[in-house]
Design a protein around this ligand. Structure first.
Ligand SMILES: *[C@@H]1O[C@H](CO)[C@@H](O)[C@H](O)[C@H]1NC(C)=O
Ligand SMILES: *[C@@H]1O[C@H](CO)[C@@H](O)[C@H](O)[C@H]1NC(C)=O
Ligand SMILES: *[C@@H]1O[C@H](CO)[C@@H](O)[C@H](O)[C@H]1NC(C)=O
Length: 540
């Protein structure tokens, strides 16, 4: 994939050069994980390096989970504060454009340096703040993410690539101060108390409810659900005289409880989240300058994706590493999906996909599976064209207040292991939002199990297409100690890193949500359309 790397260099630069390694902190996170997984320093030419040892040969994930957890923890600031006035203040901080030019051309890069100050105007001397950066031009419905380098001394360099012409505005938001990031990381990994699950058992016309979870603080007998080899269990307290197989459905809700202390909580008042950092220059003018754009290869699975991986222009997503721009893939959807078996596993964001696909291909019909409860498995069929599309929940944890059946429950890795696979088989999955309120080790373990299952799948059926939709950013009004985008960001990085080197297609919903300036769990129809475009390009 050296080629892709060189090709995207002009616009996006080779973002993962060793020199960056020395100065990055947020990006360091992804490096560190790479380092651990592949035990090789990353250079531009090493993007597609194969794992020295396939993870499939790992019998037990435990050590690797700890290793990855520790690597992330080292990149999260460990700072304490006793007074909110010593935490980072967005309003007191400043951004300036480095080497400001009179004129910019499409293809140029631009770096904004941000200097952080606290509430009493003292310069911050350490990094770890969680930022979100974007350039955009509302008139042409254009936007792209910025790549953030934490210099670990209170300075940040935010790198943008100028992809389109016109007046381009710059926005850099302080999502959480480093003190908040430290508090969130500690809170997240303190335990499983944020969410309470209830299981409904039905037995000899008797209905019983009992508490469930990943960790139960009780000496009572428990039912254990999950596969031993995955070390991925869900438990319920066993109701008396009721068999464990009688568990029908589960509900969940937030517990009135927090792992944050009173002082920390003040950092997460809505007014302190996503605050714009003032800048000396708020926009620049970009000319086309008639530079020749480089020819890009057709989008296909297995390509390395830089960050940013693309940009919106007129609400159309243009990946920087491949050519998606030639035709509207959705006009060919019938041909593309003809004869295909598509398994979609995830949360409501992939449910959105399923409904979107049904809305643009009228010959697909929902088949009623006669299921009860909420969030049921969906089946879409076109019997003429032999199209089979199956959507299913990704397994625990699911944060759903309405009873959802667990009778057909499985994890993504279990489902992949059940696939025969083949050139007509497509497996799409997404893991993310529902994992945010739980210790990250649960998520790491699930991803490692999933990677191993994909390795096994590709050994027996290398033609099967596997597509991963990353999670995206969400609302700023949610309880940050459970659902912060900081948690999502770590999961997003892990997802990209753990599946690195496999012949899978990544749909970078995170990048798209930042580029489009979205703050919503469920992306707009226009963003979903762009995700589906990319999906169709990957599988056809
Ligand atoms: C916090 O710091 C500010 C500014 O230094 C000071 O005015 C305030 O009294 C301090 N608050 C507490 C609770 O110590
Ligand atoms: C369970 O069954 C035993 C034996 O049949 C009985 O003594 C006990 O009362 C039952 N417990 C409940 C909660 O129904
Ligand atoms: C994309 O592909 C089309 C047709 O194959 C070609 O005309 C166009 O120049 C390509 N664009 C880029 C940026 O490579």
């Amino acid at each position: 994939m050296l080629k892709t790397c060189n090709m995207s260099r002009a616009l996006a630069k080779c973002f993962r050069s060793p020199s960056v390694l020395l100065v990055t902190s947020i990006i360091l996170l992804s490096f560190t994980i790479h380092w651990i997984l592949i035990k090789q320093p990353l250079r531009c030419s090493h993007f597609q390096i194969k794992y020295a040892k396939p993870l499939a040969t790992l019998v037990d994930n435990e050590e690797k989970v700890t290793e990855i957890f520790n690597a992330i923890t080292r990149t999260v600031p460990s700072v304490y504060f006793t007074n909110i006035s010593t935490t980072t203040s967005a309003k007191n901080s400043r951004g300036i454009i480095l080497d400001l030019k009179k004129q910019y051309c499409v293809g140029d890069s631009l770096t904004v340096q941000v200097t952080m100050f606290d509430y009493v105007g003292k310069r911050k001397t350490y990094g770890g703040d969680f930022l979100r950066a974007r350039i955009f031009s509302p008139k042409v419905e254009a936007g792209a993410s910025g790549r953030i380098d934490d210099l670990n001394n209170g300075l940040y360099n935010v790198h943008f690539a100028l992809f389109w012409e016109g007046n381009v505005k710059i926005s850099i938001l302080l999502m959480h101060p480093s003190e908040g990031v430290a508090a969130l990381w500690r809170a997240r990994n303190s335990g499983y108390k944020n969410i309470i699950f209830y299981g409904q058992y039905e037995y000899r016309s008797k209905k019983v409810q009992s508490e469930c979870g990943f960790e139960l603080d009780s000496d009572e007998a428990k039912c254990e659900y999950g596969a031993k080899e995955d070390k991925d269990f869900f438990y319920c307290i066993k109701p008396d005289n009721v068999s464990c197989e009688s568990l029908i459905s589960v509900t969940s809700k937030e517990r009135s409880h927090t792992y944050l202390n009173t002082l920390e909580k003040t950092l997460f008042l809505r007014s302190n989240i996503g605050v714009e950092i003032p800048q000396t220059t708020e926009s620049v003018d970009v000319m086309s300058c008639n530079r020749n754009s480089e020819v890009k290869p057709k989008c296909s699975t297995g390509m390395f994706q830089p960050f940013p991986s693309g940009y919106f222009l007129n609400n159309v997503w243009y990946p920087v590493f491949c050519n998606l721009s030639t035709y509207d893939p959705q006009s060919h959807i019938s041909n593309c999906l003809s004869g295909k078996k598509i398994y979609i596993m995830g949360d409501s964001t992939l449910l959105q996909w399923t409904h979107y696909i049904a809305s643009i291909m009228n010959s697909l019909k929902f088949f009623d599976l006669h299921a009860s409860g909420s969030f049921n498995t969906l089946l879409l069929l076109d019997t003429d064209k032999n199209v089979y599309i199956h959507w299913k929940k990704h397994g625990h944890p699911l944060l759903i207040a309405y009873a959802f059946t667990v009778k057909d429950y499985s994890t993504v890795n279990q489902e992949i292991d059940r696939l025969e696979g083949g050139p007509q088989t497509v497996f799409v999955f997404s893991l993310g939002h529902h994992f945010r309120p739980f210790p990250i080790t649960l998520f790491i373990n699930r991803l490692l199990n999933t990677r191993k299952a994909i390795e096994r799948l590709f050994l027996r059926s290398p033609d099967t297409k596997v597509i991963i939709r990353t999670e995206n950013t969400r609302e700023q009004s949610v309880a940050m100690d459970r659902f912060s985008d900081f948690y999502g960001y770590i999961q997003y990085q892990l997802t990209k890193d753990i599946f690195q080197g496999l012949n899978v297609g990544i749909i970078d919903a995170w990048d798209m949500s930042i580029a489009s300036g979205a703050f919503e769990l469920h992306p707009s129809a226009s963003t979903v359309k762009n995700q589906i475009n990319m999906f169709l390009k990957y599988i056809c």
